[in-house]
Design a protein around this ligand. Structure first.
Ligand code: FES
Length: 112
């Protein structure tokens, strides 16, 4: 089972088989945010991937559109649209690093 290393929190959690990165982080009680419930609409679940991109599923059009090329070039992914294939290292934004509308909305509903 691949491992998700959360660099800025000094934590390691397992990737849950069949779950998105968002689903795995919610399952493990990590502080990740969502407003849209994993539908690639809010951008609150974004994480910055610090390791190379080979450990993840490729980006789809909806993710590209929401993040934009500048954020993609900086390594940002939507956790709800990303599946983990190998061990990865991420930076999990704090509430202060996200849009104000994202703060305080952790998880909720069914994990995508
Ligand atoms: S949870 Fe809303 S974009 Fe990922």
């Amino acid at each position: 089972m691949p491992t998700i290393i959360i660099d800025n929190l000094c934590r390691e959690v397992p990737a849950v088989p069949g779950q998105s990165l968002l689903g795995s982080l919610l399952h493990e009680g990590q502080p990740i945010h969502t407003r849209c419930g994993g539908k690639a609409r809010c951008g609150c679940c974004r994480v910055r991937v610090l390791s190379d991109g080979r450990g993840m599923s490729p980006r789809r059009d909806g993710e590209r559109s929401l993040l934009g090329e500048e954020n993609i070039a900086q390594g940002w992914r939507l956790a709800c649209q990303t599946h983990i294939l190998r061990d990865i290292t991420i930076h999990l934004p704090t509430a202060a690093e996200l849009d104000p509308g994202c703060s305080g909305r952790r998880g909720g509903g069914k994990a995508p």
